[in-house]
Design a protein around this ligand. Structure first.
Ligand code: SF4
Length: 590
């Protein structure tokens, strides 16, 4: 098939066995790849399996556009059940690992079982092998990258750090140095399998059905990317950090565990200051003309980042305005294999509980050195860090103060105060993987005016807009492309690229329909794993404590106004259960 390789490799670490099989073309055309294909395989094979059980699979999947000349088509997805949220979970990452997997002639690598000893997995066109990894166990991500990079020159390496080995529920999987499958603790799933790293290297070519048509669409696309202020100037010049000052000015940049919606020290941790003091050069993922990555230097070290979300989580969320310490904390997270958003957020939660007298001798807001120490303790399972490693919901629950955990469905919220962004509030509450901005990035229309500006303080039309974005993003995550491409390109372009590569006449509506199918299957997975729809909510602070000052003053999230309309527009009943007729229309099991 053009676009797809049509093959999947299954690895059982318990038995040390490998099985390659053909993928049904209908499965590929209906679910595309990446997130969609991964969720479908997870539902069919492991519904209800506990996250850290050996049978919970790690499903690495690429998409039909991966490895083609389409911009940003070097990404890949990882789908599994999250030990942090208990929900279905997908992450996607840039770098070049995804292209490496596809060039092995595979669309999917599915790993189950628990190896009796630490191992790393090597995949190539010739097959796969398990190697002992005793000498890598306990090593940091950068040490593993260096060693495996030398042993397998030119290969893509995805690896966990000590956090994943030690079962930290905030553990990430890193690839290509500093690119992360960050959220949901999937690094702990990998660690529970005694799998330290996956190395991919291949040379298979991806066949394109209509190269002439593709190059015409790509020519037009490049013009849009070059003409868009976000993809042509904002992201390349400042990276995602460009958002710090903007969000702070709009009063939607939370600080001190969302007690405030602005941060007095925002300027000191902004993208502009980062560029001035720490930036060495810009960096792009494979095949990306935007290049939002930053190579930086701080404290005699060199690394990548921090991104906007990280400047917030390790900075404003913890009341820290010392940029150098934030950059160093980011490097530390990358090396230990920790999700920067959740790690910073749980520390911020702990700081509030300390100041309320609920954590004896705990850290205080603004203490940058405490942040650095706690990151290490979390990854190594020491002292207070061992409690924090279970995420903010469990941590605050154990102290009888779950209302101070700024999370949805167990996943820590990212860097936007939704009291000033009503649509983003609804998006957080209804996200299938919990408190995440990437399911529906309504910051696009509510702040950046992309595709058009809407009133961020109003609830009008937000349910429909949220559903539109959730469905489209599920489709784009299945292609698998970078979310930032959507600042410049519409759904029409994605469909035209998909049609040119596969030769199948996909239209923009098909992408939305596939996305809707994915969204509903994710919902079914969660419900059938025991999720209560009442979890479609936000921390009480955001629903009941109005913002004290600034442009969002006096506001809370009006979730009760929006949620019933959202359910109805989704074709779900008033409790949030998908209607059987909706499921039948999408070709999903009742
Ligand atoms: S825009 Fe940034 S994250 Fe997206 S593919 Fe390019 S470099 Fe990677």
């Amino acid at each position: 098939m053009d676009g797809w390789m049509g093959r999947m490799l299954e690895v059982d670490l318990e038995k040390g066995s490998f099985r390659e099989r053909e993928l049904d073309p209908e499965l590929l055309t209906r679910w595309l790849g990446g997130r969609g294909l991964g969720v479908k395989l997870l539902y069919d094979r492991a519904l209800g399996v506990e996250p850290l059980h050996p049978s919970n699979p790690l499903i690495f999947a690429v998409g039909p556009l991966t490895g083609t000349p389409v911009p940003t088509a070097g990404r890949f997805s990882l789908v599994s059940r999250s030990p942090l949220t208990g929900t279905v979970f997908d992450c996607n990452s840039g770098g070049r690992w995804g292209v490496g997997l596809k060039r092995c002639g595979l669309d999917v690598l599915l790993v189950t079982g628990r190896s009796p000893e630490p191992v790393y997995l090597e995949v190539s066109e010739a097959g796969a092998r398990l190697h002992p990894a005793d000498d890598l166990w306990g090593r940091t991500v950068s040490e593993v990258m260096t060693r495996l990079g030398a042993a397998h020159p030119g290969a893509g390496v995805a690896a966990i750090g000590p956090a994943g080995e030690n079962g930290c529920l905030l553990a990430s999987i890193m690839n290509d140095g500093s690119r992360a499958l960050g959220r949901g603790g999937l690094g702990a799933v990998m660690g529970s399998k005694n799998l330290k790293a996956v190395v991919v290297q291949g040379r298979s070519r991806v066949s394109v059905s209509r190269p002439g048509k593709l190059s015409f669409v790509l020519g037009e696309s490049r013009r849009w990317i070059k003409g868009n202020p976000v993809t042509a100037v904002g992201l390349p010049r400042f990276g995602t950090a460009v958002l710090v000052n903007l969000m702070n000015e709009l009063g939607v940049f939370p600080s001190n565990n969302f007690q405030h919606s602005r941060f007095p020290g925002a300027e000191s941790i902004s993208g502009e200051v980062l560029e001035e003091r720490h930036l060495e050069k810009r960096r792009a993922c494979w095949g990306c003309p935007i290049g939002c990555g930053r190579v930086t230097r701080a404290g005699g070290l060199r690394g990548e980042g921090p991104e906007y979300e990280t400047l917030w989580s390790l900075g404003a969320q913890c009341g820290v305005d010392d940029l150098e310490k934030v950059v160093l904390a980011n490097y530390l997270c990358n090396d230990l294999g920790l999700d920067t958003i959740s790690a910073g957020s749980v520390i911020g939660c702990c700081m509030e509980l300390s100041e309320r007298g609920l954590v004896e001798g705990g850290p205080r807001f603004g203490d940058a050195d405490a942040v650095l120490g706690l990151l290490e303790d979390m990854a190594l399972g020491r002292g207070l860090g061992r409690e924090l490693a279970r995420g903010s919901r469990r941590f605050a629950e154990a102290r009888g103060a779950v209302e101070y955990a700024m999370q949805v469905k167990g996943l820590e919220l990212p860097a936007y105060d939704p009291r000033g962004l009503q649509g983003q509030g609804l998006s957080f509450a209804t996200s299938n993987r919990g408190g995440c901005h990437l399911r529906a990035y309504l910051v696009g229309p509510e702040v950046l005016g992309i595709p058009k500006m809407v009133d961020r303080k109003s609830t009008t039309d937000k349910p429909g807009l949220t559903i539109f974005a959730q469905n489209l993003n599920a489709g784009v995550d299945s292609l698998v492309l970078c979310r930032f491409l959507q600042f410049a390109l519409s759904d029409e372009y994605f469909a035209r690229m998909l049609e040119a590569v596969t030769g199948i006449p996909y239209k923009a509506m098909d992408l939305h329909r596939i996305g809707e199918r994915i969204w509903n299957l994710e919902r079914l997975y969660n419900l059938r794993c025991g999720m209560d729809p009442a979890e479609d909510t936000l921390p009480p602070r955001l629903l009941r404590e109005p913002v004290a000052e600034g442009p969002a003053a006096g506001r809370v999230v009006l979730l009760r106004e929006m949620l019933p309309l959202y359910y109805r527009a989704r074709g779900w009943d008033e409790r949030g259960i998908p209607d059987p007729r909706k499921l039948a229309a999408l070709g999903l099991p009742e």
